[in-house]
Design a protein around this ligand. Structure first.
Ligand SMILES: [Zn+2]
Length: 84
């Protein structure tokens, strides 16, 4: 199963958990608040369960490198450096 990093919305505690994709939205902190999934910078998430890449620069999922370039250019960012 894939691992995900989560951050508590209340106490900001972060924790790595091994969960199913369908369980991502159900994660609770020990303090009882909801935990949201974190994405690491410059990491492309590709797995059987999550067929997407996530761009930190754009703040949203992207549909491959061509789409990333298009969206980065649209926002005026350089695409010469590290992708995603
Ligand atoms: Zn908490």
């Amino acid at each position: 199963m894939p691992r995900y990093d989560f951050e508590c919305e209340a106490c900001k505690k972060t924790e790595e958990r091994v969960v199913l994709y369908s369980q991502i939205k159900e994660q609770k902190c020990l303090c009882g608040s909801n935990m949201k999934m974190l994405f690491s910078p410059s990491v492309a998430i590709i797995s059987d369960e999550i067929p997407l890449r996530y761009s930190m620069a754009l703040g949203k999922p992207i549909d491959g490198r061509a789409d990333w370039k298009k969206q980065m250019k649209a926002k005026g960012f350089s695409t010469d450096l590290n992708p995603y």
